[in-house]
Design a protein around this ligand. Structure first.
Ligand SMILES: *Cc1c(COP(=O)(O)O)cnc(C)c1O
Length: 507
């Protein structure tokens, strides 16, 4: 077992030796034994439905093939499965751009309150006043930190927020009679979802180059705007995927506005600027938040999340419906209503109005931090990233070695013995640390994108520095160990391209 002084232990591996015929079942179904039971639910408190309540054609001919497993075996099975996984609850997870920070348990406590968790989305407004008010309050916090005028909580992911907002931009431009405005400018440091969302929303994209400081090249921006006739807007990730704040952001927004375009700011990285600066103040017309990043939420593996958008007044009429409205109850108090339609709205962009559990967790996080705490998030996210950058920059080349925001990008290019970013990433797994994002952003060769987040202690950061230095030393003295890492997991180096095309989701 590899150890670094004060380093984390490598996770214990599940025993591999088996006796033929007594192998551990891989799925819960293989644990099934006829008539075995985990729990006995109490008798139903309502009369059984009459046997003809469902037409014969819709009734089961045979019982459903459900696993019949005792509680202890069920518990062991899922605990064993969870040990195969890596999560923020196991160890440090510096996955750049993904903000894998701590998800406080109080959020889960609040979320599980029966008055919130037992609601049904079809309940009428007067039965869900508390939930509507909670969502309305989430909107107020997002308005306060964005400096914009109206929020929609509909989008269920960052990329869905991008698409929803771009659809609002299209509707706004069309409403102004500017159907010819089709081009969205996108800096080459943008997140990959940005150009994809533009294409799906029916826009065409035009790339703007970065300069040697990783910021938008202003001369190239002028060139790409041209006479501005066809420019619908600009979509900019700020802070960028290089972890840098766009210092010219105000001038960039002015140039886009001067030709009648709209500025979209990808706000997935708001944890770097929360309470320090507001996109509405520096010129953004619309942005999305990633509640599951900035406002803490278990994520990864596909959800659930939320990507609310905030817009300037000019875009507000186009936001999706239904919306939440606060109206006077006629007795000096307030009532909350869902407004089902609005004349210029782009309409529904999903089945139900929002991911309620995500709103509850984020609201719990917002309130438990308070305004000063939210500002502290930005301060610590930036401090932690700069601490790592300063400690590691003599060992790993930092791509743009300037003061960074919430993350920084190093490169493995030039490491000895043909060591690549992938080798460093895989070796980190042996030390019990999740790899950083690699090979992204695309403009950096052999990229290692490191985001420690604001919730990690100095001891954890120091451990990571020690491990990264140990790996750099191994690159000199023992490169084969890196080329063939990881050595401690049941799966080492899957064919990642094939894994996407032909996913095999069972063990
Ligand atoms: C995560 C992220 C997105 C996409 O968000 P999803 O919720 O994964 O769809 C977009 N832009 C940036 C900069 C991000 O970090």
């Amino acid at each position: 077992m590899t150890t670094v002084e004060h380093g984390p232990a490598v996770p214990q591996q599940v025993a591999k030796a088996t006796v033929p015929g007594f192998e551990r079942p891989l799925t819960i179904f293989e644990h099934s034994v006829p008539d075995r039971r985990g729990v006995r639910p109490p008798p139903a408190a309502v009369p059984a439905a009459p046997s003809d309540a469902l037409p014969a054609s819709m009734r089961r001919k045979a019982p459903a093939a459900l696993p019949e497993v005792g509680e202890l075996d069920t518990q062991r099975h899922y605990t064993w499965l969870s040990e195969k996984n890596f999560s923020i609850a196991n160890a440090f997870y510096p996955l750049g751009s993904c903000t894998m920070k701590y998800n406080p348990l109080v959020n889960e406590r609040v979320c599980a309150l029966p008055g919130l968790s037992a609601l049904h989305p079809m309940q009428p407004d007067d039965q869900v006043q508390g939930m509507l008010e909670l969502c309305w309050r989430v909107e107020r916090v997002l308005l306060a930190v964005s400096g914009l005028h109206e929020v929609s909580l509909h989008p269920c992911a960052g990329a869905h927020g991008e698409l929803t907002a771009l659809m609002c931009m299209r509707a706004c431009l069309d409403d102004r009679g500017q159907t010819h405005k089709k081009i969205i400018l996108i800096p080459d440091s943008a997140h990959g979802t940005n150009p994809a969302s533009c294409t799906i929303a029916g826009f065409e994209t035009r790339e703007v180059k970065s300069n040697q400081h990783g910021r938008v090249d202003m001369a190239d921006l002028d060139k790409k705007i041209g006479d501005g006739h066809d420019i619908a807007g600009l979509m900019i990730t700020n802070p960028s995927t290089l972890g840098l704040f766009e210092t010219n952001i105000k001038a960039i927004c002015e140039k886009i506005h001067a030709v009648g375009g709209l500025v979209y700011m990808d706000g997935a990285n708001m944890n770097a600027i929360l309470g320090r600066t507001r996109p509405g103040d520096f010129g953004a017309d619309v942005m999305h938040f990633n509640l599951h990043k900035t406002f803490s939420q278990p994520h990864g593996g596909g959800g659930p999340g939320a990507g609310p958008i905030a817009v300037r007044d000019v875009l507000a009429p186009f936001l999706p419906t239904p919306k939440i409205a606060r109206v006077s109850d006629g007795q000096g108090g307030w009532r909350f209503e869902t407004v089902m339609s609005a004349p210029k709205s782009i309409g529904r962009t999903r089945g139900f109005m929002l991911n309620a559990g995500v709103m509850v967790r984020s609201y719990s996080y917002m309130r438990s931090n308070g305004p000063a705490g939210l500002k502290g998030i930005a301060d610590n996210a930036v401090l932690n990233a700069n601490y790592l950058r300063a400690k590691l920059k003599d060992t790993y080349k930092v791509w743009i070695d300037e003061s960074c925001m919430h993350e920084f990008v190093a490169t493995a290019k030039g490491m000895p013995n043909g060591i690549r970013a992938l080798d460093v990433a895989k070796r980190l797994i042996d030390y019990g640390i999740h790899p950083p994002t690699v090979y992204f952003p695309l403009i950096v060769p052999e990229a290692l994108m490191i985001e420690p987040t604001e919730t990690e202690s100095k001891q954890t950061l120091d451990t990571f520095v020690a491990v990264m230095k140990a790996i750099a030393a191994e690159a000199e003295t023992d490169p084969d160990t890196l080329h063939t890492a990881p050595h401690t997991r049941s799966i080492g180096r899957p064919d990642e391209v094939r894994a996407v095309k032909e996913p095999k989701v069972t063990l």
